[in-house]
Design a protein around this ligand. Structure first.
Ligand code: NAD
Length: 395
């Protein structure tokens, strides 16, 4: 079939298998170009199909020759209907990994469930014995608590007061004011349930109970902080409470891994266009200004550059891992540079529908958004027939 983008708000209903493959190949080439990373060899990535999780899986496999198990929740294709992009990304990743002689298997299912944890445990027992790095990179709007059966929904709301600020519809470029009502009722608890650290802990407990974590195993989850401009809706909002919980969980996991000398870290990553971040109001305007400034300064990074730097300069540099006063690894350091943030704060005041394309990087935002779904890549013939029925080799 000929596959074209069909945009609906902050999602695209179609994905291009060849474009997703090109995206994965580009990331693999980047990692190879940066040389060997002396990193973990047996890696489990939870949330492995898109964004930071996919970049982590690629960095481990093609930077450190690691065996990887990837867990994700994606929609497979059916005749005439494309899969979700993470499916095609994972198909392309496995194909390239297998070609390179690397072990790579995937599990498509709900990572919050006991069943998927059990499947992963059985796979590790059968194939790898023990794991030495667990990357936790889930971004989900809902989570079913496996113990209670209750379905929790996360929200992206301010806490306390209504929040009013500028935002942009990145398709049309229209800058407008948006007001978001504050959290009510169980909004905070529910968001912490979904995006906090409880499930991360459950994964680590389950792996440890089965003796599947190697001596000195490391686990890393991803967080975000961002500037004061977005803090009402992000870091001081419901999602920020979940990130506080996730960050606190790193310490309890480290305690529970003491006997195997294991360690849990949170890495604070840069704001980037992913399926998760496009859904957050205000953030797309911030990102389009951020991209403009960071590109001008020559310090712009995508997910793969971020994770390559996390691995090479922090986690596996051979030196002591630098953290901030809250124990977090900071690879949002370039985003948070005072000169970068000062420029954004000034542009924020000036931004209008008329000038955003010029003072911000709206084109860069849109292009990244199209790329998420496999569109807009050089070397892909989008007018040609594409086969939507692509399989993930191990599934
Ligand atoms: N995008 C950003 O700007 C940004 C910045 C800093 C930190 N982060 C954090 O990085 C992490 C990953 O976010 P992302 O932006 O890469 O998101 P993403 O949407 O690109 O990826 C989410 C991944 O989670 C998987 N997933 C979702 N629900 C699942 C479920 N129930 N079971 C199994 N897999 C499931 C998806 O399949 C996908 O692999 C999040 O914790 C996010 O807060 C994101």
């Amino acid at each position: 079939m000929i596959i074209e983008p069909r945009m609906r708000g902050f999602i695209c209903l179609t994905a291009h298998p060849d474009g997703c493959e090109q995206n994965v190949k580009n990331q693999i080439e980047y990692i190879k170009s940066k040389g060997v990373i002396n990193g973990a060899k047996k890696v489990l990535v939870i949330g492995a199909s898109t964004g930071f999780g996919l970049a982590s899986r690629i960095s481990s496999a093609f930077g450190s020759n690691a065996s990887t198990i990837g867990v994700f929740f994606e929609k497979p294709p059916s005749e005439g209907k494309t899969a979700s992009p993470g499916w095609y990304n994972s198909a392309a990743f496995e194909k390239e990994a297998h070609k390179a002689g690397l072990y790579a298997k995937s599990i498509n299912g709900d990572a919050f469930s006991d069943e998927v944890k059990k499947q992963v445990i059985d796979m590790i027992k059968a194939d790898l014995g023990q794991i030495d790095l667990v990357i936790y990179s889930l971004a989900s709007p809902v989570r079913m608590d496996p113990k209670t059966g209750v379905l929790h929904r996360s929200t992206l709301k301010p806490i306390g007061d209504k929040f009013t600020n500028k935002t942009v519809d990145f398709h049309s470029g229209k800058v407008s004011e948006i007001s978001i009502e504050p959290a009510q009722g169980d909004d905070i608890e529910n968001t912490v349930k979904v995006m906090g650290g409880e499930d991360w802990s459950m994964w680590m407990d389950a792996l440890k109970a089965e003796n599947l974590l190697a001596e000195g195993a490391t686990t890393v989850a991803y967080s975000y902080i961002g500037p004061s401009l977005t803090e009402a809706v992000y870091r001081k909002g419901t999602i920020g409470r979940a990130k506080d919980h996730l960050e606190a969980t790193a310490f309890t996991i480290t305690d529970s891994l003491a006997d195997i000398k294991g360690k849990a870290y949170v890495s604070v990553n840069k704001a980037l266009v992913t399926q998760a971040s496009s859904a957050i109001p205000v953030i797309p305007l911030y990102i389009s200004l951020l991209y403009k400034i960071m590109k001008e300064e020559g310090i712009h990074e995508g997910c793969i550059e971020q994770i390559q730097r996390l691995y090479a300069d922090r986690l596996f540099s051979g030196k002591e891992i630098a953290t901030d006063d809250k124990g977090r690894i900071r690879i949002d350091d370039w985003e948070m540079r005072p000169d970068v943030q000062e420029k954004i704060a000034k542009l924020w005041q000036e931004a209008t529908t008329e000038n955003l394309a010029e003072i911000g990087d709206l084109d860069g935002y849109r292009s990244d958004f199209h790329n998420l779904f496999g569109f807009g890549f050089n070397g892909v013939d989008y007018k040609a027939e594409a086969n939507e029925m692509v399989a993930v080799e191990s599934i």
